[in-house]
Ligand binder design. Structure first.
Ligand SMILES: [Zn+2]
Length: 299
């Protein structure tokens, strides 16, 4: 059956997609999500694979310039309905650029969030959390992680641990809580986690590391805590999720280890930062108020 020449053929996109979906099954994605293969011909050869958090125009340029055959991103390019892929919109320009350059796009989003190792486990590992367990359980999925620091530290020291573990961002890290309060049990959720406060309270975590925290959910959570734990750390969406890229790259390479042609595949994580913020001014302008305000004694 096999033509000897086949032994020298490259990996096909079909092979790589199968490997990705063995690691991050599409069925484990949330119902609203749009994951998996977005562009590409399953029979096209794959020699170079670029990983990035977001399929922005700059990332697609990076993929084209490097000669990538496949771009793997965490965030979807097309989450909502699209009626045109003309270059007059950024989404259309992105699709057109991918197709013209022959760069396939595969997305691992909520299916990568709930994987183990996945986005939150990689974040928990980076913070050195021991005795890890799921933050919440939804059916057979377990988004978020909870674990223990090797020894209790102050909230201020813990914020420095987070800053050291994660790539630097324009926005830095925001913390809500008494800098001198001691913390040892840590909950994490890569990306947006302000819908998880009930799970965080139930977990007994002293501090919750996530991102995209908004005024009202945060204020209400802090009111519920009466100034005590769980304290909150907003470490940025891009920073909390970007650590996953290296893990995904390494896991894909090992999953491809058995596949013919795998030795010729080149992979790298894009150096383009897709954090949308550019700079901040006035941070800590209210430094005298840095300690969380007292909450009232109303029962
Ligand atoms: Zn995200």
């Amino acid at each position: 059956m096999h033509d000897p020449a086949d032994l020298d053929t490259d990996l096909s996109l079909r092979d790589v997609v199968a490997a990705l979906e063995s690691l991050y099954p599409l069925e484990s994605a949330a119902d609203w999500d749009r994951v998996g293969l977005v562009a590409g011909d399953l029979d096209q050869p794959v020699r170079r694979i670029l990983f990035a958090l977001d399929p922005t125009l700059a990332v697609i340029d990076d993929a084209r310039g490097w000669g990538a055959d496949l771009l793997v991103t965490h965030h979807p390019l097309l989450l909502r309905g699209v009626h045109s892929v003309a270059t007059s919109s950024a989404k259309g320009a992105s699709v057109t650029a991918l197709v013209r350059a022959g760069v396939a796009l595969w997305v691992g989003h909520t299916n990568a969030d709930v994987a183990d190792p996945g986005v939150s486990t990689v974040l928990a590992d980076a913070l050195g959390l021991r005795d890890q367990r799921p933050l919440s359980v939804e059916g057979d999925q377990a988004p978020g992680r909870v674990g223990e620091l090797s020894s209790p530290v102050s909230l201020a020291e813990f914020a420095d641990v987070v800053a050291t573990a994660l790539p630097a961002t324009a926005g830095g890290i925001r913390v809500s809580g008494d800098p001198d309060a001691m913390v040892s049990t840590v909950a994490v959720m890569g990306g947006s986690g302000d819908d998880r406060f009930d799970d965080v309270r139930a977990s007994g975590a002293d501090v919750f590391v996530t991102a995209d925290l908004r005024h009202h959910p945060v204020l209400e959570a802090r009111e519920e805590a009466r100034g005590g734990p769980p304290y909150l750390v907003d470490a940025g969406h891009w920073a909390t999720e970007s650590l996953w890229l290296q893990s995904g790259r390494e896991r894909l390479l090992s999953a491809l280890g058995e596949a013919p042609g795998a030795t010729r595949v080149e992979t790298r994580v894009s150096t383009i930062r897709t954090e949308p913020w550019t700079f901040v001014v006035g941070a800590n302008a209210a430094r005298d108020d840095r300690v969380a305000p007292e909450t009232g004694g109303v029962s």
